[in-house]
Design a protein around this ligand. Sequence first.
Ligand SMILES: C[S@@+](CC[C@H](N)C(=O)[O-])C[C@H]1O[C@@H](n2cnc3c(N)ncnc32)[C@H](O)[C@@H]1O
Length: 264
Amino acid sequence: MQDYFDTNKKLWDAKTTIHKDSEFYDLENFKKGKTSLKKFELDALGDVSGKSLLHLQCHFGQDTLSWARMGAKATGADLSSKSIELAKELNKELGLDAKFVQANVLELDQHLEGKFDIIFTSYGTIGWLPDLDQWAHVINHFLKPGGIFYIADFHPLLYMYDWENNEMKYPYFNTGAFEEVEEGTYADRESGIALKEYFWQHSLAETLSALLKKGLQLIDFQEFKESPYNCFPNMEATENGMFVYGKKELQLPHVFSIKVQKPI
Ligand SMILES: C[S@@+](CC[C@H](N)C(=O)[O-])C[C@H]1O[C@@H](n2cnc3c(N)ncnc32)[C@H](O)[C@@H]1O
């Protein structure tokens, strides 16, 4: 497994260098105060001020810092050392007090102390992880009794598609690692990088049951017809500023969210 993570770390280190200057991440307006958070997670987590919040797979920290701007005592964690370096720089430049940790999320309990009121992860996360039982173990480990875990991520049905060729290519269920070379990145398709990556498919039942098996209690479970991100090829904008892939009338699920609570 370590080879898979080392390969993905190289990929995300390279992507960070491209993403920081991309229109997609719009760092300039972020620095001026624009939140990077989207309606789904803002509605789901509400007022975070004064709460301790752990952001898993935080990339270069825009969402972590957005929660910090809203008053959360925020900590972000990510596999990519380049991402964490940049997150720390942004934290300093913006005068915020978020903390950042470089670690594989599946081993985060060996690299970070403390317990949190909220754990958050979003958009492009579990697909990089082979083992959701260990992921759920880490989440359960870091949650305070009564604490909330919330994930909003792309729907596993959407991940079945080859978006370039508009056809289904991948299984719905987790059949092990896929090895591919991605040309460009979702934030800049013309960037010229082509690096190997490993990713995994996770059905909704696999994701949900990994959390429930740890004794976490389901508070809310949603599927959304639109994505807040224009991050896959051939997506089209909707009137309300969201994006859809494929024929709109098919109403493909684009995003799912799960909110669970650790019993008191
Ligand atoms: C698409 S980003 C998700 C964050 C957020 N949606 C964003 O766009 O800023 C995926 C992140 O997962 C991280 N990642 C991939 N595998 C990981 C692992 N095993 N442990 C921790 N982070 C990992 C990558 O380094 C990357 O920063």
